[in-house]
Ligand binder design. Sequence first.
Ligand code: UGA
Length: 432
Amino acid sequence: MRKIAVIGAGHVGLITAAGFAKLGHPVMAVDQDKAKIETLRSGRIPFFEPGLPELLSEVIASGRLSFSTRIKDAAEFAEVIFICVGTPSRGDSGESDLSALEKVTAEIARNLSAYCLIVEKSTVPALTGEWVKHTLKTLGPEGASFDLAANPEFLREGSAVSDFFKPDRIVVGVESDRARGIMEEIYGSFSAPLLFTDIKSAELIKHASNSFLALKISYINAVSHICEKVGADVNLVSKGMGLDRRIGPGHLSAGIGYGGGCFPKDVASFMHLARSIGYDFKILSAAFQANQEQKQRALEKIKKGIWNLNGKIIGVLGLAFKDETDDIRESPALDIVRLLLNEGSRIKAYDPAAGANAVADCPEIMLCQNPYEVAEGADALLVLTEWPGFAELDFARIKSLLTAPVIFDGRNFLPREKLQSLGFTYLALGRP
Ligand code: UGA
């Protein structure tokens, strides 16, 4: 077992820390946010992630997971330090803000004593490792002994715990046999293929993977447009495409577009990196543009279904950027809510987990306790996040509560035939 520290107790950091502790390693999770660390010490989680509260309680009780707010403690404790701090976008240029990463690296450097393997797990543009090494060398003590590895994380919010333990692959960029040996040992019990690369390639695999998935979503959304025009069903087209093993069914569901804390910023950052080296990444800018337009397309579709939006009460189910999360960052559902508010509509909404976050961001939303309260007196119902429970509602009851029986399925997952037989006007993107 290796003594591991994880810097940054956000979504990736916390699951990494708890996951390695579960596997038997002594782990210290570090975050500068004192309130967050206090919350975690008491076994509570500051965000919604299925399975994480149970995992966290288990590893805290086992004594293998400890917490601190000081990087100095991490450097004294650990042989391996995973850096999992945020790398948000800097303004509109798409450039990643790497200042938190730099600050943490500098602090680790100042506290280096015995050999340490520093692992970059934050999502970063290629070449970041060069700066991390430079910082460790220049700010670390004379002759400091360290290695750098890049180990991008591929877990998804909502299924993060199972993604951590059962990844499709593990990618590790290394520059020394010693670093490779340690990472082989840490990931020894995982059944996924372990791919060793150089550091730049590992960094690039993360951006290229997220951007490719975003591109795949924009592609099927563009196909949904064609489906609509020719009278085909994008769900069937997607199914038919996905059965080809070279294409695969994942991330091929058409809807109101991708969002979240990763795809939008990673696509922007990858395009920024490309621009900075003189390459115009046109295929990616087209995917980005298509994703923006998809929300406008949804608005036009809603308009066609209910005529004037001004003064209408619109019911919305789902505000999170996807199901099984309370995360509203870059949520396409919230983007559509804002477009509707601009048109003069009033919004009643419900989300199983993200309601409070959404209202904090967009106080005009009238938050309801359940889907039926949303439907009561609304002129149309929009389902904008694919929470599975939304497909199993009592739609006859919903219809009796709505002022007009109009439903917009922003994720193409509601029981269309059933809704139509109940007399709903069913609107979707790419379904006849
Ligand atoms: C994404 C990647 O899937 C993870 O592999 C990666 O580790 C993570 O970003 C990250 O970089 O940290 P996540 O943002 O949690 O994970 O969510 P996804 O499940 O990928 O969904 C992203 C967005 O695409 C959501 O808005 C979702 O509704 C949308 N989506 C997804 C579609 O519109 N269609 C699909 O077929 C799939």
